[in-house]
Design a protein around this ligand. Structure first.
Ligand code: SF4
Length: 1022
């Protein structure tokens, strides 16, 4: 992360506007003698149209180059940090990227991945033209030919037209990896009327989101780290991988003001190493110490009674937990204490391994911080474990008890700090349901069941006639990539596959078309994230195009300004949708007409122009104050701040229309008498608009009660009564299931180095040079037991295969757990194409009926290219592709893939070679069916609760569950009750050679036990 120098703030010497809090703009290099120029943070904005710097490549000669500085937004993670591109005014080439001081989230700072965008732009391995699999060759055959964009657009538009005209909109699927934008994709899917959105979220963050969603209706918190006094992070993943820069810089600010930090993580991450407390929990036990802290806060009366009384659904809690008790807050507190009393620090120590005294001390720190207690959990424990989403609920219970929600230094729902502008002419909500995305077994899944998608195809539950994968590489990033490979190459399952991607990937190799898409400075998007207490909107833009247009050159499509024929996606979707409805008879074309030129096709610039003129509060006024149009303002600054320091929003009074509402229920919700089901809110009930608190209708939260739901009637009504409140439930990798004497360990694969991006680090040479190996971390006593030493080869056996990796013996991982980061192990099947040679190994892939083996033929090596750096590659390691050896483990509630693996670790066997991989497809299928048997499918009238978040939310009528034979079966199973998921795991004597034993038969279903939740482990058992 680049640092800013502290100095004078306010108005630059020239008097031009620049953001508060930044150092002196000083003078610019051309006006100053060399070496005597003062350091400066950023070129002043009034000189962005003409900025001169010496060309470092010409050194020692002083060759001045003139640049136009154009802001954009980084696309290498979801933080939406601002970047400023230095566009050479002579060649329109982007020469470097630095921070954008006008982006309120990143404030001019970036992590290493932001500036490394320059590598991705100039990568000699880059795909510059659309490619088609040569007719007559098989998928994955590696024979490609260049085609025109017109051919691509017509081919896909024709298939789409056929599907839409036949009223089969779900024949077309948009499967997204990295979204990097807000709202554009959902809009074009709505114009098609297709439930065609599938995404990577269930291999990423659904566990975290589900826990927060059940509590508050919004899927993550926005922590106010800079003002916090105590910060608790469950793992460091959020702050050292995703969201790295905006959150990390505010944690550091908080620390500089005296905040203490605790990190709960089995691995000593960079963040844990700089924390005041490192709590190395056994993976999956994190809820135990969190609930022990909650118990301490309750027992010692260290909680905010007023907040809990006003904003928690305690009446509902009491109704269920003590139905005969009088409905008083005092009785509620008594019951709550009773529920959490068994979670003692000693119990938590026995489960997690964290000393009871440390848990007590952290509880004291949290209590002392009070309203200035901030915390977060994103992937990590929530993404690693069966019931991981309950870790999130346990953590948020601490926020609720301290009353830090909506307060300075605390946390607030992310929706308060994110802004998505409305587009021109909003299409109606979709009216169909896609069971390949939302299978009925997972009615509470936070997002689409994407890890199961290939298995559902293998089950024969559907086919996919038209598939767009977009910045998605599931063969490599997902678990069980071989099941993906087999599905994607099967033309009976997947009809026409276009891979929209800025780079080669293992998945693109198996597509029919590879369609090169723009990087951060080559495309338009709007993007916003919760980075602090404020709202802002970032504007990604194609910087060379903007520079050309500013200098008077006319550009019709962005690809004319981009390298080769790299399209920007927005234009692609407009074009393909326009062509799919050539005469407008399908009703699609109307949504692609210009708001300014009736009947004519919209230009992307007009799409954003209309949005900025009509949907962004305060922007027209800010622009006018500078003599700019709203679009010109966004092109100039790349972002706009909409609000800051917005706390206490739940308290806001809502104007309820007289007569149209009534106050209902236990929690006194202000509810519309009737609601319109054609436009459902993304989250929250369509009819419930406020909570009556202190006699006034207040905004509250997006839950059915508009309160924070300590007791979730949704969980109870949808078959999970044992999880109605935050409880500790044992994970599928609990220590009772691990036998070290048999060589068993827990593999932690859910972290990555902060310089890496999943698939796209590979085309950033600086990032690859920084990090190009990922050893298996093993603690010294485990290494001795296994017989491993640093550099030695280990064979790691999973349920469906194994991989061979180098060991690193370190104290930085807790005993019993081994870990390997997930950003390495890229491979390609051809020497000169199909993969980034900076980071991928050439492999040989050999298959039998059910198995596949990969063996490295050659590691990374210098290669000839237009970039002279490529002959200077000095590293050879490409890492090991571990994810492909993991089966799918979908949590039966959240749908989150539970990444942690029970593995057997032993020294490599004779004949094993580094990076060898073996996978058994039949075993992968068996494990999938085993986890499917843990579900409690929808069995009532609806497919899922209507108030829960769902991307691309359908109309109310689409929620109707078909009353077919499968629904009848689900009803019978619900009536009989279910065994707990943990107990079903314990029944199985895990053995890599006999995967899942008797439950391995396809489609098997466990016998339900007498009563729901009967086998819930730990003191949460009721
Ligand atoms: S934190 Fe994310 S958005 Fe920000 S610079 Fe790094 S990769 Fe880019």
């Amino acid at each position: 992360m680049s640092k800013r120098r502290h100095g004078a703030s306010g108005v630059a010497r020239s008097g031009a506007r620049r953001p508060a809090g930044y150092g002196s703009a000083g003078s610019s290099l051309p006006d100053s003698p060399p070496l005597a120029a003062p350091l400066q943070d950023f070129p002043p904005v009034e000189r962005w149209d003409s900025w001169t710097e010496y060309d470092p490549a010409a050194w020692p000669r002083r060759v001045a180059r003139e640049y136009m500085l154009v802001p954009t937004v980084c696309f290498n993670c979801e933080s939406a940090c601002g970047l400023t591109a230095f566009v050479d005014k002579e060649t329109f080439e982007i020469r470097k990227l630095e921070g954008n001081p006008y982006n309120p989230g990143s404030r001019g700072r970036n992590c290493a991945k932001g500036p490394a965008t320059i590598n991705q732009i100039h990568d000699p391995e880059r795909i510059l033209y659309p490619l088609r699999r040569k007719p007559g060759t098989p998928r994955g055959g590696g024979e490609w030919e260049r085609v025109s964009w017109d051919h691509v657009l017509d081919t896909f538009a024709q298939r789409m037209h056929e599907a839409f005209a036949a009223r089969r909109p779900n024949d077309v699927l948009y499967f997204v990896g990295r979204p990097g934008e807000d709202g554009f994709a959902e809009r074009f899917l709505e114009t098609w009327g297709a439930d065609g959105h599938n995404s990577h979220t269930n291999v990423c963050s659904s566990g975290g989101r589900t826990g927060y969603g059940i509590w508050s209706g919004t899927d993550r918190p926005s922590p106010d780290y800079a003002n916090a006094k105590f910060i608790l992070l469950c793992s460091a993943h959020l702050e050292s991988g995703h969201y790295f820069n905006p959150h990390a810089q505010r944690i550091v600010e908080g620390q500089q003001r005296g905040a203490k930090v605790a990190v709960m993580d089995p691995r000593l991450s960079n963040t844990a190493a700089r924390a005041d407390y490192w709590l190395p929990t056994w993976p999956g036990t994190e809820a135990a110490p969190l609930l022990a802290i909650a118990s301490i806060l309750l027992e010692r009366d260290w909680f905010d009674r007023e907040f809990v009384q006003r904003w928690v659904n305690w009446r509902t809690y009491l109704k269920h937990r003590a139905p005969s008790a009088e409905q008083t807050f005092a009785n509620f507190v008594t019951e709550l204490r009773r529920e959490y009393a068994p979670y003692t620090p000693e119990f938590a120590e026995a489960e997690s391994g964290v000393p009871a005294a440390t848990i007590d001390q952290v509880a004291r720190e949290i209590a002392a911080a009070g309203h200035a207690f901030s915390s977060h959990i994103w992937r990590a424990a929530a993404a690693g474990n069966l019931h991981g989403w309950q870790v999130t609920r346990a953590m948020h219970l601490l926020n609720v008890l301290t009353g830090c929600i909506g307060r300075p230094g605390g946390v607030q729902p992310n929706a308060w700090n994110k802004f998505i502008p409305e587009p021109w002419r909003k299409p109606p909500a979709i009216g169909v349901w896609n069971e390949l995305n939302w299978p009925r077994e997972y009615p509470l899944a936070h997002n689409e069941m994407s890890p199961l998608w290939p298995h559902l195809l293998h089950d024969g539950r559907g086919t996919q006639p038209v598939l767009f994968t977009r910045v998605l590489n599931p063969i490599w990033t997902y678990p069980d990539g071989y099941s993906w490979l087999r599905a994607l190459r099967d033309e009976d399952k997947v009809g026409l596959h276009g891979a929209l991607t800025p780079t080669w990937s293992e998945t693109a190799w198996w597509a029919d078309y590879v369609l090169p898409m723009g990087l951060a400075p080559e495309r338009h998007d709007t993007h916003s994230y919760e980075t602090h207490s404020g709202r802002w909107l970032g504007f990604r833009q194609p910087v060379a195009r903007v520079a050309m247009e500013r200098l008077g050159r006319s550009v019709e499509f962005t690809y004319e300004a981009n390298p080769g024929e790299v399209w920007e996606e927005g234009e692609f979707w407009i074009e393909v949708s326009w062509r799919a409805d050539p005469d407008g008879s399908l009703g699609i074309r109307q949504f692609y007409e210009s708001p300014y030129r009736p009947g004519e096709k919209i230009k992307l610039e007009e799409y954003y122009r209309w949005m900025f003129e009509n949907s962004v509060p305060g922007l027209p006024e800010k622009a006018a104050a500078e003599g700019l149009t709203p679009l010109e303002y966004m092109r100039r600054y790349g972002a706009v701040e909409i609000a800051r320091d917005e706390y206490h929003q739940h308290e806001a009074e809502v104007e309820a229309p007289a007569g149209a509402v009534e106050v209902r229920g236990q929690e006194r919700t202000v509810t519309k008498v009737a609601f319109d089901g054609t436009h459902m809110p993304l989250t929250g009930r369509p009819d419930t608009i406020a909570a009556e608190v202190d006699g006034a209708p207040r905004r509250g939260f997006n839950t059915p009660s508009r309160k924070l739901e300590l007791y979730s009637e949704t969980m109870e009504e949808w078959g999970w009564p044992e999880f109605a409140t935050p409880v500790y439930a044992r994970s599928h990798v609990h220590h009772s299931l691990i036998d070290h004497e048999r060589g068993e360990y827990v593999l932690l694969p859910t972290f990555r180095l902060p310089t890496m991006i999943h698939s796209r680090s590979a085309n950033a040479k600086y990032l690859t040079e920084l990090a190009h190996t990922h050893p298996l971390l093993v603690c010294p006593q485990d290494a001795e037991r296994i017989g491993l030493e640093t550099g030695g080869l280990a064979r790691v056996e999973t349920e469906i295969g194994w991989f061979v990796i180098k060991a690193l013996v370190t104290e930085g991982i807790r005993p019993g757990v081994v870990a390997a980061s997930h950003h390495m192990g890229r491979w390609r099947l051809a020497q000169h194409t199909g993969g980034e040679r900076w980071a991928s190994a050439l492999v040989d892939m050999s298959e039998s009926a059910d198995t596949v083996d990969f063996r490295r033929v050659q590691g990374v090596a210098p290669f000839e290219s237009g970039d002279r750096s490529s002959m200077r590659v000095w590293w050879s390691d490409a890492g090991v592709h571990q994810n492909i050896t993991f089966p799918v483990h979908p949590d039966p509630v959240s749908g989150m893939h539970c990444w942690h693996q029970k593995v057997r670790v032993r020294p490599a066997l004779p004949g094993d070679r580094y990076a060898d991989i073996h996978v058994d497809f039949a075993k992968a299928r068996a494990v999938y069916h085993k986890w499917l048997s843990l579900t409690r499918p929808a069995s009532g009238d609806l497919r899922r609760p209507i108030w829960l978040f769902r991307p691309l939310k359908p109309r109310f009528d689409a929620y109707a569950l078909p009353q077919d034979e499968r629904t009848q079966r689900a009803r019978a199973a619900h009536a009989a009750g279910f065994a707990s998921a943990f107990e079903l795991h314990r029944e199985v004597d895990w053995n890599p050679e006999e995967v899942w034993g008797p439950l391995a038969q396809a489609g098997s279903r466990a016998e339900p036990s007498a009563r729901p939740g009967a086998a819930l482990a730990g003191p949460g058992q009721r």
